[in-house]
Design a binder for this molecule. Structure first.
Ligand SMILES: Nc1nc2c(ncn2[C@@H]2O[C@H](COP(=O)(O)OP(=O)(O)OP(=O)(O)O)[C@@H](O)[C@H]2O)c(=O)[nH]1
Ligand SMILES: [Mg+2]
Length: 462
């Protein structure tokens, strides 16, 4: 991050490449409006982009010399109340590849340079309009594929997480002030903070950090999707269930046991949650090396899953493989899916209930009956009955989670050190470490590599 580069005027196409109704070429920097004025001429000759008021638009044309390139609208936003805090100009032309590219080239010729990915947002961060966690939320909003993911990201952009981290910071700073005062004034006759006070205040912050950390699992689900694995012995209807949930003919279904040999994965939304669903090979002992490899992969997929949908054929008595699979669930989040409810039931439902702790849902994957009940059970199990609800403050980012854990360790060490009567300087050093970890989340002490890694993931023009 070279601050001198932020004084350049940058340009980028902010709309996706390809054909569309409108294509926006966006400029930011001290020369943003004058570059736009070189490229764009108002239809009303009395108007001049250089004197155009902030947050107004003007109709006109993009010109290359005397050649009209396209009809366009110019929007001028003047510093400091803009996305980047600098002057910003946007030229909205027709969204074809040719007009947008020509407009971009003309802006480059007029003195702008091509923006790096995420550079508009990086400027907003650099000039202090948003902190690093908010900048990351911008990328999350752009990338959100589900309603729940969008909601969490918007709350983060609005400063919900930042406010919470700031609260922790202030409490640590207040404590540090008193701890450091007792270092400085150790020989003087003033009341110093004691170990019990340090311990109780650090543990108060730790409790609140833990509460925030406890949202991380849900947060990860929002970003990466819930990994749901469909498992069961051969021929119980696993592939039929995948197809029923996807409402598509994705996996081969056949009467022959051992049809699916590999893990088949697809993505869908259940109750506003992104779900990565995988169908696996039926688990049984087999002499076929290919099927055996499939069974191995099934077991791996089960082990990696956030949730297992264990399918049982309700039209048959429970088999030894069913019992083994039920036992293998072993406390992992799961739902027992009693399939083929369209056929007469021959399974001992009581025995299944004794072997599994999770919910049981009866469906027919072939006919598509009660699939919705299953979907509700999946989202309900993760959100504990509160389907799709997004907490106001939520950790959705692994970087934030790591930094919080780091901060928590520093606080715990400080409390321990105070309790053991260690030198107060050591306690202060641990508190400083806890504080520095929180600063990392907000980007207060920017570490170059972290910042460039974050902004590299942005799309051009944001
Ligand atoms: N009657 C009935 N038959 C079903 C139902 N679901 C699946 N089947 C049938 O059961 C057979 C096996 O279905 P699949 O979906 O291929 O089963 P699978 O568990 O993926 O099997 P493998 O891939 O071999 O492990 C097919 O003949 C399906 O038509 C159902 O709800 N009712
Ligand atoms: Mg199958």
């Amino acid at each position: 991050m070279d601050p001198a580069r932020f004084e350049d005027t940058i340009v980028a196409v902010s709309t996706p490449p390809g054909r569309g109704g409108i294509g926006i070429v966006r400029l930011s920097g001290p020369e943003a409006v004058s570059v736009a004025a070189c490229v764009f001429r108002p239809a009303n000759a009395a108007r001049d982009p250089l004197t155009q008021c902030s947050f107004t638009t003007c109709f006109g044309h993009v010109f290359d010399g005397e050649q009209v390139i396209d009809e366009a609208i110019l929007t001028v936003m003047r510093a400091p109340h803009t996305y980047t805090t600098q002057d910003v100009a946007e030229i909205s032309c027709h969204g074809g590849i040719a007009p947008v590219r020509r407009t971009l080239e003309l802006c480059l010729k007029a003195g702008a340079r091509v923006a790096d990915p995420g550079e508009f947002t990086m400027r907003a961060y650099y000039y202090g309009r948003i902190d690093l966690a908010q900048a990351e939320a911008v990328a999350d909003i752009v990338n959100a594929t589900t309603e729940a993911g969008r909601q969490a990201a918007v709350a983060q952009l609005g400063g919900a997480l930042s406010g919470c981290i700031e609260g922790f910071r202030q409490r640590i700073i207040d404590l540090l002030v008193e701890v450091e005062a007792s270092i400085d004034f150790v020989d003087e006759d003033i009341e110093l903070i004691d170990a019990a006070e340090i311990a109780s205040r650090t543990s108060g912050v730790i409790t609140d950090i833990d509460e925030l950390l406890s949202t991380a699992q849900r947060g990860r689900v929002l970003r990466e999707g819930l990994r749901v694995t469909i498992a069961g012995r051969p021929n119980v209807g696993k592939s039929s269930l995948l197809n029923a949930l996807l409402r598509a003919n994705r996996a081969i279904v056949a009467e022959l046991p051992g049809t699916t040999r590999d893990v088949i994965e697809d993505v869908l939304t259940i109750g506003g949650l992104p779900v990565v669903l995988s169908d696996t090979a039926g688990v049984r002992d087999t002499d076929s090396p290919v099927e055996a490899e499939g069974v191995l992969r099934s077991r791996q997929a089960m082990a990696a899953a956030d949730m297992v949908l264990l399918v049982i054929d309700s039209s048959e008595p429970l088999a030894a493989e069913d019992r083994q699979l039920l036992a293998a669930l072993d406390g992992r989040p799961h739902i027992v899916v009693m399939n083929k409810e369209d056929l007469p039931a021959r399974v001992d439902a009581g025995e299944v209930a004794r072997l599994a702790s999770g919910a049981t849902v009866w469906i027919s994957a072939r006919d598509g009956t009660h699939i919705q009940d299953l979907e509700e059970a999946v989202s309900g199990a993760i959100w504990q009955g509160d389907v799709g609800a997004v907490e106001h403050v939520m950790l959705t980012n692994a970087r934030h989670q790591q930094a919080l854990e780091h901060s928590r360790e520093g606080l715990a060490r400080a409390a321990e050190g105070a309790a053991e009567g260690r030198y107060i300087e050591f306690v202060a050093a641990d508190l400083h470490e806890a504080l520095a970890a929180l600063d990392e989340i907000l980007g207060k002490t920017p570490a170059e590599d972290i910042i460039s890694r974050i902004f590299e993931q942005f799309c051009i023009g944001k």
